[in-house]
Write a protein that binds this ligand. Structure first.
Ligand code: TRP
Length: 332
């Protein structure tokens, strides 16, 4: 007969033969800590790195193909147009290190132009996407050695290979905009240490522009971005014993002109109590959970940030509509 003992308790009993106390696996514990802390503070917030479970990664791929979401198209076009020029300007790099590599589709364009690169190190928290991306890329780039690293790229302190060959960093999709200015600067300082002497760094950065273009990019007609944002709550239900009613939260995106950023929000549509891992959290009607920032930079603002982190801006490319920018930085 099936026992009525809750699953987690069965696991605890099964594990009681080893001497360590029962606990959540590290990834789940990390998620649990972040959600419990984020729901306990006011205003409430959740860190955006938890968007990218298997479903979140798939939804994000869909976002990148939406008519309203211009950044992926604009950045891809820049890589197609200026790939050779980027290769000429970036020096002698043999190793390409990509931060937050996702599906690596844009990387293939870059690799086609970078004839000397023989090792590719993609770093991403989404392990499944990484494995898929590695397979997809290895079919297209003969002889490329791929050394994936499943990690939070803001916390990466060492690379899997310690080769002394010059490295090129690649940080696309304006993911740097998802960090605060202080975090972005810290990330750039860390990346300089990680990439080392003679490194170059190619970074895609979304430009400041009319909010009438910006806002729909984060609040599309078909509701894919809404589903992506709400998936965070579904993930809490799935992984952390949550009882959140998804019909009682709505996606919203606003532009804060002073901070120069899009803010992604989940808005409580009712006065309600939600439970996560046995803890109760009261939400007022209209109360917001801040789930993501997407900072926008002018060319000059980004170059100033890069300089403050010890990098020298070498070149910046933009499209005719000034939607997006690609920055090449160098270590002196
Ligand atoms: N780096 C992307 C950006 O800021 C991430 C992103 C795009 C995103 N759309 C999103 C994150 C929607 C959360 C929700 O543009």
């Amino acid at each position: 007969m099936e026992s009525d003992i809750p699953h987690t308790i069965v696991e605890d009993l099964e594990r009681s033969s080893d001497l360590s106390p029962p606990r959540l696996d590290p990834a789940r514990a990390d998620f649990a800590d972040a959600v419990l802390a984020g729901f306990a503070r006011k205003p409430r917030s959740l860190p955006c790195r938890f968007f990218y479970d298997a479903r979140g990664s798939a939804l994000f791929e869909e976002i990148t193909q939406l008519p309203e979401y211009y950044p992926t198209r604009a950045e891809t076009a820049l890589l197609e147009t200026y790939g050779e020029e980027i290769a000429e300007r970036m020096g002698d790099a043999r190793v390409l290190v990509e931060f937050g590599s996702g599906s690596s589709r844009k990387t293939s364009l870059l690799l086609s132009a970078l004839h000397r690169v023989s090792v590719y190190v993609p770093i991403d928290v989404a392990g499944e996407s990484l494995a898929e991306a590695a397979e997809w890329l290895s079919e297209r780039h003969d002889g490329l050695a791929i050394r994936p690293l499943v990690a939070d790229f803001t916390k990466t302190r060492t690379l899997p290979i310690v080769a002394r060959r010059p490295k090129l960093g690649f940080f696309s999709g304006s993911t740097i905009g998802n960090l605060t200015h202080a975090e972005a600067r810290g990330f750039l300082v860390n990346a300089a240490h990680l990439l080392g002497r003679d490194a170059s760094f190619l970074i895609g950065v979304d430009l400041k522009k009319d909010p009438a273009i910006l806002i729909p990019a984060y609040n599309d007609k078909r509701g894919v971005t809404a589903a992506f944002n709400l998936n965070l709550l579904e993930r809490i239900n799935r992984e952390l014993d949550g009882d959140i009613d998804l019909d009682l939260f709505a996606h919203d995106a606003v532009y804060d002109g002073i901070e120069g950023r899009i803010e992604m929000l989940l808005v409580s549509l009712a006065s309600q109590t939600v439970r996560v891992l046995g803890r109760a959290f009261r939400f007022a009607k209209g109360e917001r959970i801040h789930t993501e920032n997407s900072h926008k930079y002018s060319i000059e603002e980004f170059q100033a940030l890069a300089r403050a982190a010890g990098w020298t801006p070498a070149h910046a490319w933009t499209d005719a509509d000034r939607l997006f920018s690609l920055h090449l930085l160098r270590l002196a």
